[in-house]
Design a protein around this ligand. Structure first.
Ligand code: GLV
Ligand code: MG
Length: 315
């Protein structure tokens, strides 16, 4: 299992556009990726690598998770993307995003190449993580093996645009329910499948982009669905989406306070009173309640929430 970092909002930044790269520094996201893949035209791919190296080395990313999306393993660009970026700025990079992963071999290839470069240039071996994008039918069918493919893996990332294309879905609105499907969430199975594989392997699960960038309410609805299932965050493409993602993927204040109270009450009950099942107000708590509270409290603390209620024994 890789390091679990906060990834409520993950900003997509086309690396061929220095203006967007500059703007990204001022946006309050937990993470970002400098994109060398689908947001960069083929003729710009090579110069974009240099922009990435420069942007990472220049710094100014204040604690954000710094990642770069390389091209997929079937392209002629992939190996040199990795080599140029990691040799040039490996010390300033937290993880690489590998798109269109279709099996464990893709991840193992990247793991091996990263290790070679780390050894060659004297970086700590294994520090740079991997996020694997699941964005076609083959990737989803192989998702369990992919999620277990490398100790560098930190997250599985759903790629709705490529996925919808891969399935021949009858819709052009990425991330939105396909017209004509009126009996639930058309993506429930896909999201749940990715989440299952991620959690079974101690990884984060990140939802992909919502392309109608001006419709913040629709973004919020889409984000709320994956957040409700347990996803850790979502890609954002525009400043308007950032605040919504940070909010939706953090617990609200009331749930956060409640979770911390459960942890305190349960700790008090098991250690001071030596009981494994207790009441908090009208609520019965046991070890499973503690685990659920730990998840919500963990998300709240990562989001910088501050408690507004204290536990008092006997209440
Ligand atoms: C992201 O890469 C997507 O295909 O949606
Ligand atoms: Mg994609």
């Amino acid at each position: 299992m890789g390091t679990l970092r906060s990834r409520r909002s993950v900003l997509a930044v086309p690396a061929s556009n220095p203006r967007f790269v500059e703007k990204a520094r001022s946006l309050d996201t937990d993470a970002f990726f400098l994109d060398l893949e689908d947001a960069v035209a083929p003729l710009e791919k090579e110069t974009a690598r240099d922009t990435v190296v420069h942007a990472l080395n220049e710094g100014g990313w204040d604690g954000r998770v710094r990642t770069v999306r390389v091209n997929d393993v079937t392209t002629a660009w992939a190996y040199r993307d990795v080599i140029t970026v990691v040799e040039g700025a490996g010390a300033e990079l937290d993880a690489l995003v590998l798109p269109k992963v279709t099996g464990p071999r893709d991840v193992q290839w990247l793991d091996t190449l990263l290790t070679q470069i780390e050894r060659a240039v004297g970086l700590e071996v294994g520090r740079i993580g991997i996020e694997a994008q699941i964005e076609d039918a083959r990737g989803l069918v192989e998702v369990d093996a992919i999620a277990a493919a490398s100790p560098r893996l930190e997250a599985l990332v759903y790629g709705p645009a490529d996925f919808m294309a891969s399935l021949n879905m009858k819709s052009l609105v990425v991330g939105e329910q396909p017209p004509g499907y009126d009996v639930g969430d058309a993506y429930h199975y896909v999201l749940m499948r990715i989440l299952m594989a991620a959690r079974a392997n101690g990884l984060q699960a990140i939802d992909g982009p919502y392309l109608q960038i001006r419709d913040v309410e629709a973004f919020r609805r889409s984000a709320a669905r994956s957040a409700a299932l347990g996803f850790d965050g979502k890609w954002v493409l525009h400043p308007l989406q950032v605040e919504a993602a940070n909010e939706v993927f953090a617990p609200d204040q009331e749930d956060y306070d409640h979770a911390e109270l459960i942890l305190d009450a349960y700790e008090h009950a098991t250690t001071v009173d030596r009981r494994g099942a207790v009441m908090l107000g009208e609520e019965m708590l046991d070890e499973a309640s503690r685990k659920m509270a730990l998840v919500i409290a963990g998300k709240g603390r990562a989001a910088g929430l501050v408690r507004t209620r204290r536990f008092e024994p006997g209440t």
